[in-house]
Design a protein around this ligand. Sequence first.
Ligand code: CA
Length: 242
Amino acid sequence: MGVGDGVVRPRILIIEDEPGIVEFLEVGLAHEGFAAEVARDGASGLRLALEHQPDLVVLDVMLPQLDGFTVCQRLRAASPVPVIMLTARQELPDRVRGLDLGADDYLTKPFQFQELAARIRAVLRRHRGDGGGTAVRSASLLCVQDITLDRGLREARRGPQRLSLTRREYDLLEFLMRHPDQVLTRDVILDRVWGADFTGDGNIIEVYVRYLRQKLGPPSPITTIRGVGYLMRASREGRDHV
Ligand code: CA
C-alpha cells in the first residue's frame, strides 16, 4: 500500500485524549502514508467509527465519557473494523480483556511509533480482502483455539504473543491446524509436511512436535495418540489445570 498517485490512503481513526500522543500519532501516521482522523473521547470516537467507517481504529483505554473497552465492545457488535488498543503498563492484566472484546492487537505505552506502524500494516493486511479496501477478515487467517496463523505473512500467534517459528515448525503447525480434531498419522504428516521424497528418520516428527509444544507453551494444544500420530483439538480442554 503505497502513497503514490491514485492510491487510496488507509484511513485511521485515532481515539485518544492525550494531546501529546494525538500529535505524535497524527504526524507519524501522515508520514507513513495514512490519513488520520482524531476523536478525543470515547463517545465521539464510537460515533465517528460507525459513521466514517475508517480502515482501522487506534483506541486508547482511558478515555473520557466511554472507556476504550466499552468502545471496543460496542464497535465490535456493529462493525468489522480492526482495532488496535493502546494500554498503559499498569493496565497490563486488562490487555487480554481488550483482545477478548475483539481488539485485533494492542500496544503498551510508551511505544515506538515504528512498532505501531508495523502493527497497523499487519492488521490491515490481515483484514483486507482481495484489495477491496473494506475491512473483511481475510481467508488467509486460520484460527484454532487461541492460536492464529496469518498464512499471508506466515506469522503465528498464541493469544497476543507472536511465536518465532522455523519454516518447518510453521508448516507442521499449519498442517495440524487445518485438520482440527482429526488424528493425523506420522506417515501422513511426513508426506504432507516433509514431502514424499523425505528419506530421513520418521522420529523427526516427534522432535518437531516437541519444539512446537515448547514454543506454543502450556496448555499444549497438540495431543499425542500413542503409536499412531498427533491431533490438534479444535477447542481447549483442561484449561483449569494451567
Ligand atoms: Ca487516555
